[in-house]
Design a protein around this ligand. Sequence first.
Ligand code: HAM
Length: 429
Amino acid sequence: MPTFRAPRGTRDLLPADHVVFDRLLRTAADLATRYGYHPIETPLFEQTAVFERGIGEVTDVVEKELFRLAPRTEESESWTLRPEPTAGIVRAYVQHGMQTLPQPVKLTMTGPMFRYDRPQAGRYRQFWQFDVEAIGDPGPAVDAEIIELGHRFYAEVGVDGVEVLVNSIGDAACRPAYIAELVRYYRRHAASLPPTELDRLERNALRLLDSKDPAMADLNAAAPRITDHLCDACAAHFESMKAHLAALGVPYRVAPGLVRGLDYYTRTAFEFYVAGREGQQQALGGGGRYDGLVALLGGKPTPGIGFGLGLDRVMLVLAEQGGGAVGAPEGPLAVVVGADAEDTVARLRVATELRAAGLRVRAELGRRKLGRQLEAAGRDGAHFAVILGDELEGGQVQVRDLLAGTQRTVAVGDLARELARAEASHRHG
Ligand code: HAM
């Protein structure tokens, strides 16, 4: 047993995992750019109130899962590691006066989030999200555009069979009447409610609908549906959003019980699943509209919508579907080896020049025999070995093509150009 291990609910991403992870990051960045989103970075921690107010006091995330940092002095402020990016991004939008920019402001961030949840498969205490936010557009066209973007991400990284679940959870005009009906419904069944849900009933009845307690499943399936209680404006928004989705060819299913776990949502709510795996912790991603959040965090009323896609879960699904759970990290283009085992200075100097020219090069820094150095270069997956010998005094080295088994003499001054050319023709040929 090692003395120290990564904290429970966290994972080390080893180089082989990183091959897949890098592909996800590249696809996320590339898609965000294609769709007009600009990168933003916010701190990993914020004032706790940003999350309490933004996400809602009576939510699992705030009640049970916040990673609060211990105050360092009596009077210091309360800080919390971010459980999600939206509240922090909206805080930045307000703080930096982005309301004066042309709207919508389209922002993207990919990074780690922290929730002090009970760790289990696909549920970590530190996990990664690819997030986009379009702030300042009331929709509904942008709602569909964002859902299509999320759907495309899964397709481009190679996850098969992703299904989009959509719902509308109304707004301040129609939700109160619906919640009143929901409260009446659950009160009638109070005897079968688990104590925590009974406690939440009077404070935030909507949260009962996304309860993780199996005892709630049947009750929730039979609960009144928000889509039967939408006001005309919300109903029209929902219909138009769905029409846009259909026109874009995004397959979706309406899920009347989908209310999302965070309080800031209004109208459009959506989640991505691998079809047939709609369990609570299996959502590959989710998001929705939050028309009240900017005002809640101190800005002037501004609509917004976004999503967060869980990259850890995408990696798990890719592994299950055989989409390349592991990969071999790329080896160097060349390894610089030498007949004089002791002369690490010469090997390092040549390697440094090649790296300065932009090439991936390893210098053999061990003092083993040339044969062993060449074997190690082969194991590294290097294409070339640059062999330093007596000709170095005359400004020449041997370049061995380890894949083709050929060898030739090259002037040190031409080495970087020759290797770059050989690599380019290898890649394209
Ligand atoms: P969320 O549904 O709480 O939404 O999280 C989004 C995604 O993050 C989930 O669907 C899941 O894939 C992943 N995720 C959440 N918790 C964990 C965990 N403990 N371990 C691994 N993966 C996890 C949000 O966070 C919203 N900010 C999304 C959003 C953006 N809404 C509007 N804009």
